[in-house]
Design a protein around this ligand. Structure first.
Ligand SMILES: N[C@@H](CCC(=O)N[C@@H](CS)C(=O)NCC(=O)O)C(=O)O
Length: 195
């Protein structure tokens, strides 16, 4: 049985958990909840980076990085999602948006003494620019069941979760439609972060 180490609030882990469900791999993967900031033996033995998600394979090797795990899971599926370089390009842009939103969140929860308005502003400008770029990308229909679309939808959902004042919907009506296409899916609902 494959073991997917995750934390319930990690959007990177959520991507993998959604794929397990969407690709019909639930019978092959057991999910192990962890908190990466607790430095548990379970996580550190599997992943020296101390981060989730981490997928431990049947032969004991472990995969890190959500995009790598996602590609691997897709290859295991009976009916894999089609993926080409354009999809990977969108996946990387969506993943970068997520990285910026997570980095902003880290800045927000820092101790006031080391809080940096410079870095906060830099992250927020990056988020705004990337939302603009992704909104333009959505002028061309994006296949909703793709790694690119899923990653973008997850990044938008993470903005609702940790940066609700971003009002990304007013900047991106097409992005709103992409998010809505994912928002009602069982896999998205089952893996939503706890409030
Ligand atoms: N690029 C990585 C990012 C993973 C990541 O940063 N995970 C966070 C949780 S959202 C984590 O485990 N953080 C613990 C730490 O950085 O020490 C991926 O795509 O998997």
């Amino acid at each position: 049985m494959l073991q997917l180490i995750y934390s319930p609030t990690s959007p990177y882990a959520r991507k993998c958990r959604i794929l397990v469900r969407e690709l019909g791999l639930q019978g092959r993967v057991s999910e192990i909840a962890d908190n990466p900031f607790d430095d548990t033996d379970t996580l550190l033995q599997a992943n020296p980076l101390g981060r989730v998600p981490c997928l431990v394979l049947d032969d004991g090797r472990a995969l890190t990085e959500s995009a790598v795990i996602a590609a691997w899971l897709n290859e295991q599926a009976a009916a894999p999602w089609p993926s080409d370089w354009d999809d990977r390009r969108l996946e990387a842009l969506g993943g970068g948006l997520l990285d910026l939103a997570v980095a902003r969140r880290v800045e927000m929860v820092r101790d006031e003494a080391i809080y940096s308005a410079h870095w906060l502003g830099r992250r927020e400008r990056g988020i705004a620019r990337t939302l603009d770029a992704l909104e333009r990308e959505c002028a061309v229909a994006i296949e909703p069941l793709s790694l690119g679309a899923l990653t973008i939808a997850l990044a938008l959902d993470y903005l609702d979760f940790r940066y609700p004042e971003s009002q990304w919907r007013t900047q991106g009506p097409r992005l709103e439609a992409l998010h809505a296409a994912w928002f009602g899916r069982d896999s998205f609902i089952a893996t939503a972060p706890p409030l």
